[in-house]
Design a protein around this ligand. Structure first.
Ligand SMILES: C[S@@+](CC[C@H](N)C(=O)[O-])C[C@H]1O[C@@H](n2cnc3c(N)ncnc32)[C@H](O)[C@@H]1O
Length: 234
Protein backbone atom coordinates (compact mmCIF):
# COMPACT_ATOMS: atom_id res chain seq x y z
CA UNK A 1 0.00 0.00 0.00
CA UNK A 2 2.98 2.32 -0.40
CA UNK A 3 2.28 5.49 -2.29
CA UNK A 4 4.88 6.23 -4.94
CA UNK A 5 4.87 9.60 -6.60
CA UNK A 6 6.06 9.36 -10.19
CA UNK A 7 6.33 13.10 -10.45
CA UNK A 8 5.02 16.18 -8.72
CA UNK A 9 3.11 18.96 -10.37
CA UNK A 10 4.29 22.51 -10.12
CA UNK A 11 1.87 25.35 -9.70
CA UNK A 12 0.02 26.01 -12.97
CA UNK A 13 1.60 23.00 -14.65
CA UNK A 14 -0.94 21.40 -16.95
CA UNK A 15 -1.81 17.70 -16.63
CA UNK A 16 -4.07 17.32 -19.63
CA UNK A 17 -6.92 19.17 -21.21
CA UNK A 18 -9.49 17.46 -18.97
CA UNK A 19 -7.80 18.46 -15.71
CA UNK A 20 -7.65 22.17 -15.07
CA UNK A 21 -7.20 22.22 -11.31
CA UNK A 22 -3.53 21.46 -10.94
CA UNK A 23 -2.79 23.97 -8.20
CA UNK A 24 -3.35 21.76 -5.16
CA UNK A 25 -4.99 24.48 -3.09
CA UNK A 26 -7.39 25.40 -5.87
CA UNK A 27 -8.03 21.74 -6.55
CA UNK A 28 -8.95 21.03 -2.95
CA UNK A 29 -11.14 24.11 -2.65
CA UNK A 30 -12.95 23.56 -5.92
CA UNK A 31 -13.13 19.79 -6.29
CA UNK A 32 -13.36 18.24 -2.84
CA UNK A 33 -16.38 18.19 -0.55
CA UNK A 34 -16.26 19.30 3.07
CA UNK A 35 -17.81 16.38 4.95
CA UNK A 36 -18.05 15.45 8.64
CA UNK A 37 -15.90 12.47 9.56
CA UNK A 38 -17.93 9.36 10.36
CA UNK A 39 -17.39 8.53 14.07
CA UNK A 40 -15.81 11.96 14.61
CA UNK A 41 -18.59 14.37 13.59
CA UNK A 42 -16.94 17.22 15.52
CA UNK A 43 -14.44 17.40 12.63
CA UNK A 44 -15.16 18.08 8.96
CA UNK A 45 -12.54 17.59 6.26
CA UNK A 46 -12.04 18.17 2.54
CA UNK A 47 -12.83 14.69 1.28
CA UNK A 48 -12.48 12.81 -2.01
CA UNK A 49 -15.72 11.66 -3.63
CA UNK A 50 -16.59 9.82 -6.85
CA UNK A 51 -16.59 13.00 -8.96
CA UNK A 52 -13.43 14.55 -7.47
CA UNK A 53 -11.11 12.82 -9.93
CA UNK A 54 -8.68 11.75 -7.22
CA UNK A 55 -9.55 8.08 -7.32
CA UNK A 56 -9.27 7.68 -11.06
CA UNK A 57 -6.45 5.71 -12.54
CA UNK A 58 -4.29 7.30 -15.21
CA UNK A 59 -3.20 10.90 -15.56
CA UNK A 60 -6.38 12.38 -14.22
CA UNK A 61 -5.64 13.34 -10.67
CA UNK A 62 -3.89 16.13 -8.83
CA UNK A 63 -0.54 14.38 -8.92
CA UNK A 64 -0.63 13.31 -12.53
CA UNK A 65 -0.11 9.77 -11.34
CA UNK A 66 -2.39 6.88 -10.67
CA UNK A 67 -2.35 6.85 -6.88
CA UNK A 68 -4.97 8.67 -4.86
CA UNK A 69 -3.38 10.88 -2.18
CA UNK A 70 -3.65 9.74 1.42
CA UNK A 71 -4.71 13.13 2.76
CA UNK A 72 -8.00 13.06 0.87
CA UNK A 73 -9.24 9.86 2.50
CA UNK A 74 -10.20 8.71 5.99
CA UNK A 75 -7.93 6.13 7.63
CA UNK A 76 -9.07 4.12 10.61
CA UNK A 77 -5.85 4.83 12.53
CA UNK A 78 -6.29 8.59 12.42
CA UNK A 79 -10.03 8.38 12.96
CA UNK A 80 -9.74 6.24 16.10
CA UNK A 81 -6.98 8.44 17.48
CA UNK A 82 -8.98 11.61 16.83
CA UNK A 83 -12.00 10.04 18.56
CA UNK A 84 -9.88 9.06 21.56
CA UNK A 85 -8.26 12.49 21.89
CA UNK A 86 -11.61 14.29 21.75
CA UNK A 87 -12.96 11.93 24.41
CA UNK A 88 -9.85 12.36 26.60
CA UNK A 89 -8.88 16.04 26.21
CA UNK A 90 -6.75 15.98 29.37
CA UNK A 91 -4.26 13.84 27.44
CA UNK A 92 -3.27 16.84 25.28
CA UNK A 93 -4.60 19.87 27.13
CA UNK A 94 -2.00 22.66 27.14
CA UNK A 95 0.66 20.40 25.60
CA UNK A 96 2.77 20.65 22.44
CA UNK A 97 1.45 17.94 20.14
CA UNK A 98 3.16 16.63 17.01
CA UNK A 99 0.95 14.68 14.57
CA UNK A 100 3.38 12.39 12.69
CA UNK A 101 2.22 11.22 9.23
CA UNK A 102 -0.59 13.71 9.48
CA UNK A 103 -2.28 13.26 6.08
CA UNK A 104 -5.45 15.36 6.27
CA UNK A 105 -4.41 16.60 9.71
CA UNK A 106 -7.34 14.89 11.43
CA UNK A 107 -5.34 13.92 14.52
CA UNK A 108 -3.72 17.33 14.92
CA UNK A 109 -7.07 19.03 14.42
CA UNK A 110 -8.59 16.82 17.13
CA UNK A 111 -5.73 17.75 19.46
CA UNK A 112 -6.24 21.46 18.77
CA UNK A 113 -9.97 21.12 19.42
CA UNK A 114 -9.20 19.26 22.65
CA UNK A 115 -7.14 22.19 23.93
CA UNK A 116 -3.55 21.39 22.95
CA UNK A 117 -1.19 24.30 23.54
CA UNK A 118 0.38 24.00 20.08
CA UNK A 119 0.02 21.52 17.21
CA UNK A 120 2.46 20.61 14.46
CA UNK A 121 1.29 18.32 11.65
CA UNK A 122 4.23 16.64 9.88
CA UNK A 123 4.06 14.70 6.63
CA UNK A 124 6.42 13.98 3.76
CA UNK A 125 3.72 14.82 1.23
CA UNK A 126 3.69 18.56 0.41
CA UNK A 127 0.05 18.41 -0.57
CA UNK A 128 -0.82 17.04 2.87
CA UNK A 129 0.56 20.27 4.33
CA UNK A 130 -1.77 22.27 2.09
CA UNK A 131 -4.76 20.05 2.85
CA UNK A 132 -4.00 20.21 6.58
CA UNK A 133 -4.00 24.00 6.56
CA UNK A 134 -7.30 24.12 4.68
CA UNK A 135 -8.83 21.50 6.97
CA UNK A 136 -7.70 23.44 10.04
CA UNK A 137 -9.47 26.52 8.69
CA UNK A 138 -12.67 24.53 8.13
CA UNK A 139 -12.53 23.47 11.78
CA UNK A 140 -11.53 26.93 13.07
CA UNK A 141 -8.35 25.69 14.75
CA UNK A 142 -4.75 26.78 14.52
CA UNK A 143 -2.08 24.25 13.55
CA UNK A 144 1.31 24.40 11.86
CA UNK A 145 1.83 22.04 8.91
CA UNK A 146 5.33 20.91 8.01
CA UNK A 147 6.46 18.94 4.97
CA UNK A 148 9.57 17.10 6.08
CA UNK A 149 10.92 13.66 6.88
CA UNK A 150 11.95 14.05 10.53
CA UNK A 151 12.70 10.38 11.14
CA UNK A 152 16.46 10.87 10.76
CA UNK A 153 16.48 13.84 13.13
CA UNK A 154 16.63 14.09 16.90
CA UNK A 155 13.51 14.16 19.04
CA UNK A 156 11.20 17.06 18.21
CA UNK A 157 10.13 19.96 20.40
CA UNK A 158 6.96 18.27 21.56
CA UNK A 159 5.40 16.86 24.71
CA UNK A 160 3.38 14.23 22.92
CA UNK A 161 3.59 12.60 19.48
CA UNK A 162 0.37 11.26 17.97
CA UNK A 163 0.70 8.71 15.17
CA UNK A 164 -2.34 7.76 13.09
CA UNK A 165 -2.03 4.79 10.73
CA UNK A 166 1.68 4.78 9.97
CA UNK A 167 2.42 1.05 10.27
CA UNK A 168 1.17 -0.01 6.84
CA UNK A 169 4.59 -0.65 5.28
CA UNK A 170 7.47 -2.66 6.74
CA UNK A 171 10.23 -0.12 5.95
CA UNK A 172 8.21 2.81 7.28
CA UNK A 173 7.15 0.84 10.38
CA UNK A 174 10.75 -0.06 11.18
CA UNK A 175 11.97 3.53 10.81
CA UNK A 176 9.00 4.99 12.68
CA UNK A 177 9.43 2.52 15.55
CA UNK A 178 13.11 3.36 15.96
CA UNK A 179 12.34 7.09 15.89
CA UNK A 180 9.51 6.79 18.40
CA UNK A 181 11.66 4.68 20.73
CA UNK A 182 14.24 7.47 20.74
CA UNK A 183 11.51 10.04 21.46
CA UNK A 184 10.15 7.98 24.37
CA UNK A 185 13.67 7.66 25.78
CA UNK A 186 13.89 11.46 25.59
CA UNK A 187 10.74 11.81 27.68
CA UNK A 188 8.12 12.37 24.97
CA UNK A 189 4.81 10.52 25.30
CA UNK A 190 3.75 8.68 22.14
CA UNK A 191 0.24 7.55 21.26
CA UNK A 192 -0.73 5.47 18.24
CA UNK A 193 -4.04 4.85 16.49
CA UNK A 194 -4.21 1.77 14.30
CA UNK A 195 -6.73 -0.75 12.97
CA UNK A 196 -4.21 -3.61 13.25
CA UNK A 197 -2.12 -3.04 10.12
CA UNK A 198 0.38 -5.77 9.24
CA UNK A 199 3.48 -4.04 10.65
CA UNK A 200 2.04 -2.69 13.91
CA UNK A 201 4.72 -3.35 16.60
CA UNK A 202 2.40 -5.02 19.14
CA UNK A 203 5.14 -5.85 21.65
CA UNK A 204 5.93 -2.13 22.07
CA UNK A 205 2.34 -1.07 22.71
CA UNK A 206 -0.05 -0.75 25.66
CA UNK A 207 -3.75 -0.66 24.83
CA UNK A 208 -5.54 2.52 25.89
CA UNK A 209 -8.92 2.18 24.17
CA UNK A 210 -10.91 0.70 21.31
CA UNK A 211 -13.59 2.06 19.01
CA UNK A 212 -15.39 0.79 15.91
CA UNK A 213 -14.57 3.26 13.15
CA UNK A 214 -14.70 3.17 9.35
CA UNK A 215 -11.57 2.60 7.28
CA UNK A 216 -10.39 3.55 3.80
CA UNK A 217 -11.93 1.09 1.39
CA UNK A 218 -15.13 0.63 3.38
CA UNK A 219 -18.22 0.78 1.18
CA UNK A 220 -21.69 1.84 2.38
CA UNK A 221 -23.19 -0.95 4.45
CA UNK A 222 -19.84 -2.35 5.63
CA UNK A 223 -19.65 -2.97 9.36
CA UNK A 224 -16.94 -0.87 10.99
CA UNK A 225 -14.10 -2.93 12.42
CA UNK A 226 -12.63 -2.31 15.86
CA UNK A 227 -9.54 -0.09 15.85
CA UNK A 228 -7.37 0.76 18.81
CA UNK A 229 -5.39 3.48 20.51
CA UNK A 230 -2.13 2.55 22.19
CA UNK A 231 0.69 4.12 24.13
CA UNK A 232 4.01 3.37 22.44
CA UNK A 233 6.27 2.19 25.24
CA UNK A 234 9.63 2.41 23.51
C1 LIG B 1 -2.25 6.04 5.92
S1 LIG B 1 -1.87 7.74 5.91
C2 LIG B 1 -2.51 8.29 7.48
C3 LIG B 1 -2.80 9.75 7.50
C4 LIG B 1 -3.41 10.28 8.80
N1 LIG B 1 -2.54 10.11 9.93
C5 LIG B 1 -4.73 9.59 9.07
O1 LIG B 1 -4.76 8.66 9.87
O2 LIG B 1 -5.72 9.95 8.42
C6 LIG B 1 -0.10 7.73 6.21
C7 LIG B 1 0.53 9.11 6.05
O3 LIG B 1 1.88 9.03 6.51
C8 LIG B 1 2.68 9.81 5.65
N2 LIG B 1 4.08 9.36 5.79
C9 LIG B 1 4.69 8.26 5.30
N3 LIG B 1 5.98 8.23 5.66
C10 LIG B 1 6.19 9.32 6.43
C11 LIG B 1 7.33 9.86 7.11
N4 LIG B 1 8.54 9.29 7.06
N5 LIG B 1 7.20 11.01 7.80
C12 LIG B 1 5.99 11.65 7.84
N6 LIG B 1 4.87 11.19 7.20
C13 LIG B 1 4.98 10.05 6.51
C14 LIG B 1 2.08 9.61 4.27
O4 LIG B 1 2.45 10.64 3.37
C15 LIG B 1 0.60 9.63 4.62
O5 LIG B 1 0.06 10.94 4.57
Amino acid sequence: MRLVRKHKLRKSQSVDAATQFVDPRDFILEKLHILPVESVPEISLYTAHPASGLGKRGNQNIYGDEHPPYWAYRWAGGTVLARYILDHPAMVSGLRVLDLGAGSGIVGIAAAKAGAGAVQCVDIDPHAAIAGRLNAAVNSVSIVTICKDILDEGSPDADIIAVGDLFYDSDIAEKVSAYLAQCVADGIKVIVGDPGREFLPHSRLRLLGEYSVPDFGNVPGDQNAVSAVYQFLG
